[in-house]
Design a protein around this ligand. Structure first.
Ligand SMILES: Nc1ncnc2c1ncn2[C@@H]1O[C@H](COP(=O)(O)OP(=O)(O)OP(=O)(O)O)[C@@H](O)[C@H]1O
Ligand SMILES: [Mg+2]
Length: 408
């Protein structure tokens, strides 16, 4: 049997490293679901928040995660796509203009207007990682996805420029490279998550991806297929864990365990009389606390974080443009009733973003909101490779997201 190319998505988070391996087989059609062959998760090491603080430790974590994923699928990875945390990302808008002089717009006009749009100076200390050509205008008429064949005097492109901190990029690349896996490209992490859990219809209607991670909560907004806004807040699931540790007087390790086993984002959803055994800070200092108190602490903090996201969306002026609602991803969105809490904060439709569309194979092994980034990174990488690199990738990306079609 001919095997395809093994591609890994590598998500180096503040609490865990997650690797997902997908296989791109030769002759694969663009809209064929992507086979997911393996997944591996390892505890994050050598990271402080989004930063690599200990290279060797971080390398160990990536080796563990990728090694587990390789063992699961019984094959090795040729190349990997690595997420860049939002904290290191800046986005801006740029426009490209070319003269068409009253003739039909051709593919070469489109290519040129893309190039002009992405030719922007990048500020020192940053590097360009994506130039998303989001739409075109023909003689001032905007909102055009495909201008080829239209009569025009002037063709414009609307480009979202995504740059990333060069030092962070270098550190992440080094970690993956020295782990023994070739880092092919760096990808904005929440952009990758959105590939795994948001479809074109949601993007068209307007949707906000809210990724509640460990150290941060990332927001990315699409309206009319355009990436309109991106932001990050320095609070996430780790803030919740810290509150539990403080509120219940237990070590953080124990607080994390209690949260994951017995936590709920809604106090009203748990049985008020139920008591939990907790191990105290001292030897054998076992105690009992009410499960309702645990849920109360979680609800308070999550409500606060989501409230800040609401303010962010309000300030960006997009709240009334989210017909597709809110999609929650990240491990911090795993607790029962999180969607219910979010519904009351945003007053919008809310769903938990679990990767499933566009993939096949061991789908159940990645069916968690905390796997969205790694799955999206693998999908992004597969779209690049599927048709043999850059030239063919444009067609392949149509499946991953129509809005990414003019990516390059
Ligand atoms: N099953 C679960 N139930 C409840 N909470 C969970 C669960 N799984 C993970 N979490 C919480 O999710 C948080 C980590 O989320 P995630 O894995 O998305 O973060 P990360 O990618 O490591 O961090 P970041 O993206 O902020 O750098 C932690 O606070 C963890 O306690
Ligand atoms: Mg993350």
């Amino acid at each position: 049997m001919i095997q395809g190319v093994g591609i890994a998505g590598v998500d180096i988070g503040s609490t865990k490293t997650c690797a997902v391996i997908a296989e791109v087989r030769p002759g694969r059609e663009p809209d064929e679901p992507l086979p997911i062959l393996g997944v591996g998760v390892a505890r994050a090491e050598g990271m402080k928040g989004p930063s690599v603080t200990n290279l060797e430790a971080a390398i160990g974590s990536v080796r563990d995660a990728l090694g587990r994923a390789e063992t699961m699928c019984g094959r090795e990875v040729e190349t990997s796509y690595v997420g860049v945390p939002s904290a290191y990302i800046e986005t801006s808008r740029s426009r490209g203009v070319v003269a068409v002089s009253g003739a039909e717009v051709t593919a070469s006009h489109v290519k040129r207007v893309q190039e002009v749009g992405r030719a922007v100076p990048v500020r020192p200390g940053f590097e360009l990682i994506h130039a998303l050509c989001q739409e075109y205008s023909v003689d001032g008429r905007g909102g055009i996805q495909d201008p080829i064949g239209m009569m025009a005097t002037r063709l414009e492109s609307d480009v979202c420029i995504v740059t990333a901190d060069s030092t962070a990029c270098r550190d992440l690349s080094k970690v993956v490279d020295r782990s023994g896996y070739r880092p092919e490209e760096l990808v904005m992490a929440p952009l990758a998550s959105s590939l795994a859990v948001i479809d074109d219809a949601d993007r068209e209607a307007g949707v906000a991806l809210v990724e509640v991670g460990g150290a941060s909560t990332d927001v990315i907004v699409y309206v009319g297929r355009r990436l309109l806004h991106a932001a990050t807040l320095p609070w996430g699931g780790s803030s919740v864990t810290r509150d539990i540790a403080r509120g219940l007087g237990v070590p953080e390790e124990e607080a994390g365990r209690l949260k994951q086993r017995f936590g709920n984002a809604r106090r009203s959803e748990v049985e008020p009389k139920e008591q939990l055994d907790v191990s105290g800070p001292g030897h054998g200092a076992g105690r009992r606390v009410s499960r309702e108190l645990l849920a109360h602490i979680i609800e308070q903090r999550l409500d606060e974080i989501l409230g800040l996201v609401y303010e962010e969306l309000d300030e960006a002026g997009v709240l009334d443009r989210l017909g597709g609602g809110i999609v929650l991803t990240g491990g911090g969105a795993s607790l029962p009733s999180t969607d219910d809490l979010a519904r009351s904060v945003f007053n919008l439709p809310v769903r938990i973003g679990v990767p499933s569309a566009g993939i096949t194979g061991t789908v159940e092994s990645v069916a968690s909101p905390s796997h969205a980034t790694a799955v999206g990174l693998a999908m992004y990488g597969a779209a690049q490779h599927r048709s043999g690199g850059f030239a063919g990738a444009t067609r392949a990306l149509a499946r991953v997201g129509g809005w990414l079609r003019e990516f390059f």
